[in-house]
Write a protein that binds this ligand. Sequence first.
Ligand code: AMP
Length: 282
Amino acid sequence: MEVIEAVGELRSRIKEFKRQGKTIGFVPTMGFLHEGHISLMKKAREETDIVIVSIFVNPTQFGPNEDFESYPKDMVRDQRLTESVGVDFLFTPTVTEMYPDGYSTFVEVAGDLTRQLCGRTRPGHFRGVTTIVAKLFHMTTPDYAYFGKKDAQQVVVIEKMVRDLNMDIVIVPCSIVREEDGLAMSSRNSYLTEADRKKAQVLSQSLFETKAKIASGERDITTIKQFIVSRIKQIEGALIDYVEIVHSKTLENMNQIKGNILIALAVKFGKTRLIDNIDMVV
Ligand code: AMP
């Protein structure tokens, strides 16, 4: 595995492989890797010739009072992990490489897609995400790019950007990887105190219980939302950001439980904001 910091060097290495007709798989991350990230890399390794992983904590997707400064990092461990799954290139650009002085170009998917759900409490977040992902796509020129369904809204937003800008890239959504007790893996789980870590089980538990209710015939959106809200409110210190049921492909609000549905939630434990979701076809 080669570790590359400079865009120019990355480009010239990729060009060689493109000339040979090799397919490129790309996995963008912010590092502090866990099994969720690793599952994306393994899929890319299976499906493409050359696997590129980026680690970049992207300042433009963090709000002013968010955790950009404190975002966890462990580059030594991340390098060991990426190498162990057979990644070819680990791209670790600096902030000045990505956003040099005077940088002023942004990519934005406008409208409800980025304003609702996480966009409501994180204005500007998706503009930062689409800007960095568009830049990384230009640098890595992937045929396939792998994203986790843990960030379900992000997948839909990236797919829209790729369609709108005619990018010749296949977006591959990958299943959520969970801890044994159901908690969706996240670099941010490391912020949780032991007590909050236990309480955070309520996210996946309420989603799985909801799935069972729908499977046994419950179809009333209000009843389902109320069930999840009350389930979370039973947990002391859990502060709901949102609980939403939307169409999983368009993120449009639903008035009945039918077709492709996404049940998505965001909950804060102390300063730590966690998200989780399940999708179903009913
Ligand atoms: P991040 O480093 O948090 O920006 O995540 C990088 C990629 O890994 C994104 O596409 C995430 O959706 C994906 N990812 C993060 N956590 C998980 C998980 N638990 N399961 C599957 N994919 C994940």
